[in-house]
Design a protein around this ligand. Sequence first.
Ligand SMILES: [Zn+2]
Length: 283
Amino acid sequence: MPELPEVETVRRGLLPVMEGRTILQAQVNRPDLRWPLPERMAERLTGQRVLALRRRSKYLLADLSGGETLLVHLGMSGRMLVSGAMLGAFHHDHPAPQKHDHVVLDMEGGARVTFNDARRFGAMDLMPSESAESHPLLAVLGPEPLGNGFDEAYLVAALKGRRTPIKAALLDQHLVAGLGNIYVCETLFRAGLSPRLLAGDLGPAQAAVLVPIIREVLAEAIEAGGSSLRDYRQADGELGYFQHSFRVYDREGQACITPGCGGTIQRIVQSGRSSFYCPQCQP
Ligand SMILES: [Zn+2]
């Protein structure tokens, strides 16, 4: 499932072919994804210029010249493919339409942007730009982890009195938006905090360590994604998926990478999700 860095990588890959350009033709091939698609969606997109392509948590937001904003969520298996335009050093011809190509945008400049989603947990919606932030999917979100609204003071206040484990609290999108299982595991490992620590017991000193590590882990992943946009692996025009090595995630039974630790990575299940951690480094 794409997490925040993957979605940011998709956004950066789409910027040169979408931002400032007009959607010459939109093709919508089915009435619904996870939920029904907006009425007359193709008509409402065609002829619109993309003023800005933004990201909020794991949602892409395209502000259109006619005053509407297109919201896109990749869901579990949604993929964005770009063809027919210069992408780094590669030129991609339009491939033959695939079975799960649900929305196709032909952009001014020659690029074709295709949303393909085999499992259809993705979503798209159109809403007035002026009230985009109050869309039901966006209104419930906490601050962006890379934004100014997320700092030590906020985190301590938001966790105060919480009797849930820190792992579950950081996955709570009301508390901080866009953090997923992989990057929370990596963050807690680097911070030396047990995933079982009760959220309300996190002190100001620990919060002061945790916040910059969250930003660092996400920034490193976004950087890796940015590199992938220039990489040969993107030659098929698919955006957002990249090779990334993790220090603790998905390493159950393997040796801890901390020099001199000698511990073994453990996996426990919390709130139905796997937590990977080193019992020595994260007591
Ligand atoms: Zn260790």
